[in-house]
Design a protein around this ligand. Structure first.
Ligand SMILES: NC(=O)c1ccc[n+]([C@@H]2O[C@H](COP(=O)([O-])OP(=O)(O)OC[C@H]3O[C@@H](n4cnc5c(N)ncnc54)[C@H](O)[C@@H]3O)[C@@H](O)[C@H]2O)c1
Length: 337
């Protein structure tokens, strides 16, 4: 399967195919310096498969996890690019999950004012969501994704085979973004989660989620309006993620918890609760509401005391509503259900 992303600033293919990482050169020129950015948890078999196809390459591994989306790691990667004598014509490959994709994208956007990069996402989260759309970023302290750029890859290769080594918790974590995709724009996708075992439909789930995101990004690349819908579950979700120091919960797990606050129908909350419980996604915890509120409003989405929030009335019916930030506290006090 192939999707093409076409925005005002970029056009690139998204290839979805088992085994596609074995033939990268049939999609992009590898006869140049190739800097492969990955993390220390990505199995050697995927790294070796990629490197074996790049005659003039280097592999740079950062520590796995959110801490690598930091200024310090960003600087180290830039320094390594410089030491490898990367020029404007060379290629950066992001091989890993959303952390690697976000970091590599920002390095590519800023090194020499922009070099080519391609993404090989290896988690469900990155295959479903983060590898497309052009958002690249690192964190500043506890504040997520506050430093970054819109910068698209030249190519995205989604090889479902790479998911075979992904731990189960990580696999389920990413599926929260697919449930989100279903809730905001694709009722059939949401219903698939209710009806079926996700394991039997993983490729379809990834494809449908990407189609949804591709369509939204094509209409509103820079998030002036429609694209804000993709933030469903993220406003309070980011607050919860930061409250636990980005340690206790994974990103998708926090999005799952964050969605409940912005669903207006009790019945739909119950349906979502059932899906999350069956899949092993968390639905709430005993976080300190005041602290989550403070972190959430420090986030970039709270401008001038107004927070842009995304609400869902029923699957496929999502809308954006600007709220005075104090109303977030009321929502948090009311609780998720
Ligand atoms: N740019 C965007 O549009 C966007 C959208 C959503 C999320 N994000 C970001 O994505 C990040 C989360 O991404 P993630 O959930 O992929 O986490 P991650 O990148 O930390 O990967 C999760 C873990 O899985 C390991 N791993 C990855 N692929 C593997 C494989 N195939 N086999 C074995 N282990 C593997 C990694 O080493 C890591 O330990 C967050 O920083 C979030 O902010 C970005």
């Amino acid at each position: 399967m192939k999707l093409t992303m076409q925005t005002a600033s970029a056009e690139y293919d998204i290839i979805l195919e088992r085994g596609c990482i074995n033939r990268i050169s049939s999609f992009i020129n590898l006869n140049r310096k190739v800097f492969i950015l990955t993390d220390d948890n990505i199995p050697d078999r995927w790294v070796d498969t990629v490197q074996a196809q790049c005659p003039n390459s280097t592999v740079y591994r950062v520590a796995s996890g959110e801490e690598s989306k930091s200024m310090q790691t960003y600087e180290k990667v830039l320094t390594a690019c410089l030491e490898f004598h990367m020029s404007r014509k060379d290629l950066l490959i992001a091989l890993g999950g959303g952390v690697i994709g976000d970091l590599a994208g920002f390095v590519a956007a800023s090194y020499m004012r922009g070099i080519d990069f391609m993404s090989i996402p290896t988690t469900t989260l990155s295959q479903i969501d983060s590898s497309i759309g052009g958002k690249t970023a690192i964190n500043l302290g506890k504040v997520k994704n506050i430093v970054g750029a819109f910068y698209h890859p030249k190519l995205v290769l989604i090889d479902f085979d790479t998911l075979s080594t992904l731990p189960e918790r990580q696999k389920i974590n990413g599926l929260a973004e697919a449930i989100k995709a279903g809730l905001i724009r694709n009722p059939a996708l949401f219903e698939l989660f209710e009806r079926e075992d996700y394991e039997d439909h993983l490729e379809e789930i990834i494809y449908q989620s990407l189609c949804m995101k591709r369509d939204v990004v094509q209409q509103d690349e820079k998030e002036s309006n429609l694209r804000k819908l993709l933030n469903f579950g993220h406003t309070i979700g980011h607050g919860i993620e930061a409250y636990y120091n980005l340690e206790k919960y994974l990103h998708g797990e926090c999005v799952a918890m964050g969605m409940f606050y912005f669903i207006t129908s009790k019945e739909l909350k119950q349906r979502l609760k059932k899906i999350c419980t069956r899949m092993g996604l968390p639905i709430t915890d005993d976080y300190d509401i005041q602290k989550v509120y403070e972190i959430t409003t420090m986030d970039k989405k709270a401008a001038d005391g107004i927070v842009s929030t995304v609400w869902v009335d029923e699957p496929g019916k999502a809308y954006i509503k600007d709220l005075p930030q104090t109303e977030l506290l009321t929502l948090l006090k009311q609780g998720p259900f």
